[in-house]
Design a protein around this ligand. Structure first.
Ligand code: SF4
Length: 88
């Protein structure tokens, strides 16, 4: 969920945030309490134009919490460990 990120990166690299659908909902949607469902956040990500760029950003910046690019923190961890370099 990029809108609450404090990471410093060039503006161009974050242009996908301009169309981020998560900007239209509250942060609790993308940072659910432990054990809560991430289904609705993932559904919103599925309709987001910047999904792939968002996921790549989260992986590159080792974002540990919340849903990014349609994947939970556990799913991003599995993807990272699998060695997959491209998604989409
Ligand atoms: S893919 Fe999901 S988390 Fe990423 S910008 Fe889009 S809605 Fe937000």
């Amino acid at each position: 969920m990029p809108m609450n990120s404090t990471a410093q990166t060039p503006d161009r690299a974050l242009s996908w945030q301009e169309t981020a659908l998560c900007a239209q909902v509250g942060p609790e949607f993308f940072f659910p309490a432990p054990g809560s469902s991430t289904r609705e956040a993932k559904e919103l990500c599925g309709a987001c134009e910047g999904r792939t760029a968002c996921l790549e950003y989260a992986l590159a910046n080792d974002e540990r919490f919340g849903v990014w690019g349609g994947l939970s923190e556990q799913e991003r961890g599995m993807l990272r460990r699998s060695g997959v370099q491209r998604y989409g």
